[in-house]
Design a binder for this molecule. Sequence first.
Ligand code: WT7
Length: 626
Amino acid sequence: MSTSLTEFKDASTIAQKKPEEFWGKIAQQFQWKKPWTKVLDYDFLKPEVKWFLEGKLNITENCLDRHLSTQPDKTAILFEPNNPDEPSQHISYKELHQRVCQTANMLIANGAKKGDRICIYMPMVPELAISVLACARIGAIHSVVFAGFSVKALSARMNDASCNMLLTSDGGYRGAKTIALKEIADEALLSCPSVNCCIVFQRTNQNVAWNPIDKWWHEEIEKVGSDCPATEMDSEDPLFVLYTSGSTGKPKGLVHSCGGYMVYTAYTFKNVFQYTDNDVYWCTADIGWITGHSYIIYGPLANGATSMMFEGVPSYPDYDRFWEVCAKHKVNQFYTAPTAIRALQKHPTSLVEKHDLSSLKVLGSVGEPINDEAWHWYDKNIGKHKCPIVDTWWQTETGGILISSLAGVTPQKPTYATLPMPGIQAALLDNEGNELEGENEGILAIKQPWPSIARTIYGDHERYRQVYFSAYPGYYYPGDGALRDAEGNYRITGRIDDVVIVSGHNLGTAPIENALNEHPNVVESAVVGFPHDVKGNALQAFVIARTTADDIVILKNELRALVSKTIGPIAKPDRVQVVSGLPKTRSGKIMRRILRKLAAGEYDQLGDVSTLLNPEVVEEIKRQNN
Ligand code: WT7
């Protein structure tokens, strides 16, 4: 671990000059069943990336078995339930190992095997993390779908990867609400013929319908023992698929591999958060997102850390829940999203001051750019000006953090993710793909592979190439813009494609448009993001209705409900505007740039609209809004 600026600089130099030596040395700290023969092989044009070639391992041996002799009784997962009156759970490494092995045996007993795709659609309970690790134990590829997603989003993901099995629960708690997960799963399964077994964990004890493929978790687990050898995996075997939105309607299932992902998430966890032995670390993300995969489960457990899992929401029972939990468990590292900070910042600081936050050492931010106001509020009220803030920039595709400061080791700068991690060669490009030097603003690109880069899009390698490697050949193209200061610090300015980050959730506008277009009254629609003070961005849908709907209010509500049902409540547009036309180029392409300006109310920045096919609709939209 780099604990001084000099060590960090040395690490960066070696990683840049001799990446194979650098990563090979780090990888040696793990348990391999068979050593690798070559550290790295890659060609960004194909694209093909391989790390630790021919190395054999099982990631769960590194996350669990390895710690049994040194710290069996240390808490691996600290579970804090939604309801503050329900006791928290301290699951030790020994117990977690035992429960993962038993769950793995339950999967095997129900027909699961290496290479199968197992969908996990569960609330934030320990069994979610246990399911993930149980899949990894037997070499089944887990595909976790965030429990806030609805029927079609779930079925599309299960079908895309032809999942064999689904792990779900009767329901889930979310603040004062209960979510009927099994009901959503049942409806999704109607169109998922590949799934032939559905194991249901009991969380809420609500009534559920029962189908021939359903099994109760608590009954199945009773039937098996807890001795389960770890399946030998090739370093490049897939570990999991995780979906992220793209600029077409079809979600992209990013595939991560075993060896490189383990090495990189473990390395970045330790270095960025400067985790030391008895720390309690809390990442508030959901395991349904990459942040939860890499920095609740794999990264922390590979380091033998205590990782907290929180089932609830920041606002329940009150807006001080985060701070209450930090105080209760004496949290040392706290990692959350700017949208949560902005939401909590609206409430009186007395809600923070009520709690003893003196255990905090490091604060983290992830998911979207953190604005200056939120940064300073976080620094002052939560960190009391004593905790470094790590603003970590990365993506589902990158598997782990690529740009961030190391807490208390490298300099921080408000609103800047700061410096690339050792081994990450970031560049800024202009539109033609020329590299920009020094202090500048441009398109962010990465020159060399790092161990946890996604290897492909499940079932569609060509799409993987097109989306990430074709715009600027020879680089990985993440789809973000950035600026760089004279010291080489990066500030991420936001997406430069049709993805909008709403409350830290990455949403493609295309699938939302597809959902809207399914309404019988909708002819065409276009969805864009506009700035929002809490969510960062919110969505506005422009829709052309088939008839002048008698009651526009009803139509708007139906459309919002439709999106919620199809994709999930997070994708619901804040505004729906019924229009008679959408601004189009003469070739018929919707001019989203103009819609974005209209949604933001920036009427003076529309640019020249006279070349449009239908400039009159721009005037109409402006008139409607005045
Ligand atoms: C997109 C990736 C990283 C895990 C959670 C989101 C944005 C992420 C930051 C940050 C500015 C950020 C980018 C990126 N983003 N972290 N610290 N500063 N922007 O993963 O859903 O794959 O979204 O989130 O736009 O491309 P994701």
